[in-house]
Design a protein around this ligand. Structure first.
Ligand code: ADP
Ligand code: LRH
Length: 490
């Protein structure tokens, strides 16, 4: 049976997962896992892109040494970020992290020139301050010298794929997250590009997920001692790959991709670009096979990751399971945060910010680690309910449960609390959703699955799914009222 390889690089870590199809089941093996640590240089926060490329090569070497040279490779990663390629084919500068401060205030500034209505009608994409459109506007506004010499715009997976193959393509699911792609024309939006003063020639052909995207180039083959392995464009936005892997049987389903971010929504066949969608700040990101992902970003486990990092800096090391255990022992419904308050966006002293939020909303201050983690996790669970209800309203569907995928499902307390908060079952799995969705699209491209629904059925049969039924209904119902009151959400 042929082996294929998925590289899935999230904002906190990356992995190389080998996939095999044996007797109609998917067998995966994690060959390589590596941290994705951004680097602060002066006041700039950047991705260590060459280290990530190095780790991809390590993954390829590990595949070779295990005797499992793959016949196909796909790469997915987080969205919105990009690099430029110059005249000589080399990377110009270093990609900025979407949490870098350089695009702060740019969304508002651009909206003084182009109305939000105009931007939303042309793209269907939610307004997030770090969307590529605002990053590029920031580069323009600061007269970045890179813009004078840039010949090609490549997003993170495009760039890593280009290093492997030497071929320059953009990919559909990720391209939509720029807020510069027009889903009606299926092209980069001329009006928006013109307004930013960016030439069309900067942007490349947009490949649909599942398209062939070249082969390992000669120099890479020689360096690694490998053959001309095929590279496929997969659903290269990690959330798009995660949605491919949702093991739903019903065409109408809700999902929560739970990692650094929490992305909650549903899959639709046409973008919903209405006044209501804009007002609720929902997005219509591109998916596999011409589908769209009607969803909303929720700040997610980022807040917990940053707390952990802060405690580590202070010499207190906690693993995620330890933090979850402490949260389980802390008193319930004591204090809440609105996870999407902009104060939680930038890296920094997150425990202090959570306490500050509680102080300014006149709530008890969670002073110990367990109470603080509990405050974050309960607040996330309630925010999931809030966004799930919005998704139902906007899509005109009623969901009888929520599929959860991503590393966050290792947090069994969060899964249970989510079920309690929404008052419906949570079906958790697979944890490596993005990598499995990446593999699935390669198998579809190779004709080994007929379509996404066959892929989803096989994923369901190959990976365990844990059911969480809602508990303590009344307490969580009352808790939700308290959450809405404190956060002012309505
Ligand atoms: P990303 O792809 O965005 O980097 P992942 O999908 O790998 O993120 O999910 C990482 C998150 O999963 C961590 O921030 C952590 O909160 C959670 N997580 C991972 N492993 C565990 C665990 N054993 N127990 C509890 N939570 C976990
Ligand atoms: C999740 C994710 C999300 C984007 C954010 C930048 O990893 O790709 O879908 O909004 O990162």
């Amino acid at each position: 049976m042929s082996n294929i390889l998925a590289f899935d690089i999230g904002a906190s870590s990356g992995r190389a997962i080998l996939g095999k199809l044996i007797d109609g089941r998917i067998i995966t093996e994690e060959l390589h896992r590596f941290p994705n640590d951004p680097v602060q240089t002066g006041d700039r926060l950047q991705w260590d892109i060459l280290r990530l490329y190095h780790e991809i090569k390590q993954g390829l070497l590990k595949a070779k040494h295990s005797g499992a040279e793959p016949v196909s490779i796909g790469i997915d990663s987080w969205a919105v970020d990009y690099g430029f390629i110059g005249r000589d084919g080399s990377l110009l500068g270093n990609p900025l992290h979407y949490r870098d401060q350089s695009s702060a205030g740019m969304m508002e500034k651009l909206q003084d020139e182009l109305t939000p209505d105009e931007i939303f009608k042309r793209t269907g994409i939610q307004f997030l301050p770090f969307n590529t459109i605002y990053q590029l506007y920031a580069a323009k506004s600061s007269q970045s010298p890179l813009l004078d010499i840039a010949e090609h715009f490549l997003m993170i997976p495009d760039l890593l794929r280009y290093f492997l193959t030497g071929e320059k393509y953009n990919e559909f699911s990720n391209a939509t997250t720029t807020q510069l792609f027009n889903p009606f024309t299926q092209e980069w939006d001329e009006v928006l590009l013109q307004h930013l003063g960016l030439p069309q020639s900067l942007f490349s052909q947009v490949l649909q997920p599942g398209s062939p995207a070249g082969y390992l180039q000669q120099s890479v083959q020689e360096e690694l001692g490998l053959g001309p392995i095929a590279v496929h464009a997969v659903a290269e936005h990690d959330t798009a790959s995660a949605v491919v892997a949702v093991p739903a049987l019903d065409r109408s389903f809700a999902y929560l991709s739970c990692g650094t971010w929490s992305l909650l929504g549903t899959e639709i066949s046409e973008p919903i670009i209405s006044e209501e969608a804009q007002q609720l700040n929902f997005t219509n990101e591109g998916g596999f096979g011409g589908t769209y992902r009607l969803l909303k970003n929720i700040m997610g486990l980022w807040i917990l990751q940053e707390c952990r990092r802060e405690w580590e800096r202070a010499g207190q090391n906690y693993s995620f399971p330890e933090l979850v255990k402490l949260a389980g022992e802390a008193p319930a419904f004591s204090a809440f945060i609105e996870p999407d308050d902009p104060m939680f966006m930038a890296p920094g002293d997150m425990p202090a910010r959570v306490k500050e939020y509680c102080r300014k909303t006149n709530q008890p201050i969670p002073n110990d680690v367990g109470s603080l983690v509990r405050c974050i996790l309960e607040s996330l669970a309630f925010k999931y309910r809030f966004v799930l209800e919005m998704t139902e309203r906007l899509s005109g569907q009623q969901f009888n449960g929520l599929h959860m995928v991503g590393g966050g499902i290792h947090n069994t307390l969060l899964c249970q609390w989510t079920a309690n908060a929404i008052g419906k079952p949570v079906w958790a799995g697979p944890a490596e959703g993005s990598a499995i969705g990446n593999l699935a699209v390669q198998w579809i491209a190779r004709g080994e699955f007929s379509d996404i629904w066959e892929a989803r059925r096989v994923i369901r049969e190959s990976f365990p799914m844990t059911n969480y039924d809602p508990e303590q209904g009344e307490a969580w119902y009352d808790g939700y009222g308290q959450f809405l009151h404190v956060t002012g959400l309505h």
